[in-house]
Design a protein around this ligand. Structure first.
Ligand code: URA
Length: 238
């Protein structure tokens, strides 16, 4: 290369190698509960909580906030490098390692978080878990379960906007573990102390990422101060 001296080329090669050596190391999420306090997340959440926020605005905010939460829940994904060519030269460039993520939506409200996350992680595999509460036993009963293959080799992110009693969340994680999942994270918009405690007792190995730890549950199992029924607010039902 005319005009570029050998030490400069060696220095450039050294910088290229550093892209590989400075990759974030794979390490599991350290905390059981992470509250994402980013100002954008908190501002959007306040707008969502307000009772007069329309369905259309609620849905749009949920889409935006889900992408900010997805950023947090994936920030320690394992990385590797791939040799690529830029228009200028070759380099070892960082890329995600391992199998595609699995995003698991707990029906029906989970779908509101899922849509935004899929815009950010379009190659993720997607599964659905449907549970209802048996009025006699008050236990969650499965009515739908369809998940991607090879869950044991994937990072599995379970999404449900409201971690309230924690019963359906814990049951959904039970089902995913029975299906082979071992590396599971739980992503929600709001969590109650009761729900976090229930999940910690049932699944201490599953880190929870949320935008807020609210005060408590009311007698019907709704989160206070909360935002009401997340499904009704995002789908405009009552
Ligand atoms: N599910 C909701 O949609 N809202 C709550 O407050 C609790 C559970």
């Amino acid at each position: 290369m005319a005009g570029i001296c050998a030490p400069a080329i060696a220095r450039a090669a050294h910088i290229c190698k550093d892209y590989a050596s400075h990759l974030p190391k794979e390490r599991p999420m350290q905390q059981h509960l992470t509250i994402v306090k980013h100002p954008l997340v908190q501002h959007k959440l306040t707008l969502m909580r307000e009772k007069d926020t329309s369905t259309a605005v609620f849905r749009q905010l949920l889409r935006e906030i889900s992408q900010l939460l997805a950023y947090e829940v994936t920030h320690e994904l394992p990385m590797t490098t791939r040799e690529i060519e830029t228009p200028m030269q070759e380099m070892d460039a960082p890329v995600l390692a391992g199998r595609k993520l699995a995003l698991i939506s707990i029906l029906r409200a989970g779908n509101g978080l899922l849509d935004g996350m899929l815009e950010l992680i379009p190659s993720a595999r997607v599964g659905f878990v449907g549970l209802y509460r048996d009025e006699a036993t008050l236990k969650p009963v499965q009515y739908y379960f369809k998940v991607p293959d090879q869950l044991a080799k994937r990072l599995v992110i379970v999404v449900d906007p409201m971690l309230a009693t924690g019963n359906s969340s814990a049951a959904a994680v039970d089902l995913l573990k029975q299906a082979g999942a071992t590396d599971i994270r739980f992503l929600c918009l709001l969590a109650s102390p009761e729900g976090v405690a229930r999940m910690k007792e049932a699944h201490p190995d599953v880190p929870i990422v949320t935008a807020s730890l609210d005060d408590r549950l009311d007698e019907k199992g709704y989160i206070l101060p909360g935002l009401g029924d997340a499904g009704d607010r995002m789908f405009g039902t009552k």
